[in-house]
Design a binder for this molecule. Structure first.
Ligand SMILES: Nc1ncnc2c1ncn2[C@@H]1O[C@H](COP(=O)(O)OP(=O)(O)OP(=O)(O)O)[C@@H](O)[C@H]1O
Length: 215
């Protein structure tokens, strides 16, 4: 399994936010995006997830043993700043929606709603409307979305911002298990996320160097 980006460039409005970013991640590998506010981390993640069209370049995902690449978005979960849950629906209804809407990518199975709730430390309250929950509980259930449908690539934009330390540890454990099972993770984060072996891509923004810088 391999996720690759080749000579990616993206614009917002008239401006290039980054140019000619290339990298490849194999099964079990993670990459952290760093850089100051506005340097283009979210923009790159949205391009990788297929939510924004790059100005140039391409993103590919190849399953081990396959010759043909597929669009990375088909293999990816995207956890953005917003939780993407309906406040009027119960937690279970939201998660069942995502489970069916996303479906499982070939080669894996998503968890049941109750098992996913257990994994984020919130079993027993999935019957409540999403809107009744605290901000931290809502974020934990947004993380559970990553578990109910199997997607080998996790694209994470500040996943643990504003969460408590135990939620940080819980999410680091989820990412660790995902990588240990051969998944790939790319995250913009200021928290460690337990990704000690992760590579780092420093985003320098359109006022700095043209692309990003590998560490
Ligand atoms: N919808 C948009 N239209 C025009 N410009 C945008 C849009 N969204 C973002 N930008 C610009 O693109 C640049 C990169 O923004 P982006 O959100 O990718 O940065 P970031 O590194 O994720 O920032 P932060 O750390 O603050 O989340 C910024 O200069 C921002 O103003």
């Amino acid at each position: 399994m391999r996720l690759s980006a080749e000579n990616l460039s993206a614009k917002r409005g008239e401006d290039f936010i980054f140019e000619d970013i290339s990298f490849a991640l194999n099964a079990g590998e993670a990459m952290i995006l760093t850089g100051r506010n506005g340097s283009g981390k979210s923009t790159l993640l949205r391009v990788l997830a297929g939510l924004l069209r790059p100005e140039r370049g391409r993103v590919d995902f190849v399953v081990a043993g396959d010759h043909e690449s597929r669009p990375a978005r088909e293999a990816s979960h995207y956890l953005g700043h917003r939780n993407a849950m309906k406040h009027e629906l119960t937690v279970a209804e939201n998660l069942v929606f995502w489970k069916h809407f996303l479906g499982d990518f070939g080669g894996g199975n998503g968890a049941s709603v109750e098992n996913a709730a257990h994994a984020v430390g919130l079993e027993g309250i999935t019957h409540l409307p999403f809107g009744y929950l605290s901000a931290g509980q809502q974020r934990r259930f947004a993380m559970a979305k990553l578990l109910v449908a199997y997607r080998p690539v996790w694209i994470l934009d500040e996943p643990t911002a504003a969460l408590d330390a135990s939620a940080d540890r819980m999410f680091a454990g989820l990412v660790h298990d995902h990588l240990a099972a051969g998944g790939i993770a790319i995250a913009a984060t200021h928290q460690p996320l337990g990704l000690n072996a992760a590579r780092e891509l420093k985003m320098t923004g359109f006022s700095g160097a043209p692309g990003g810088v590998w560490q």
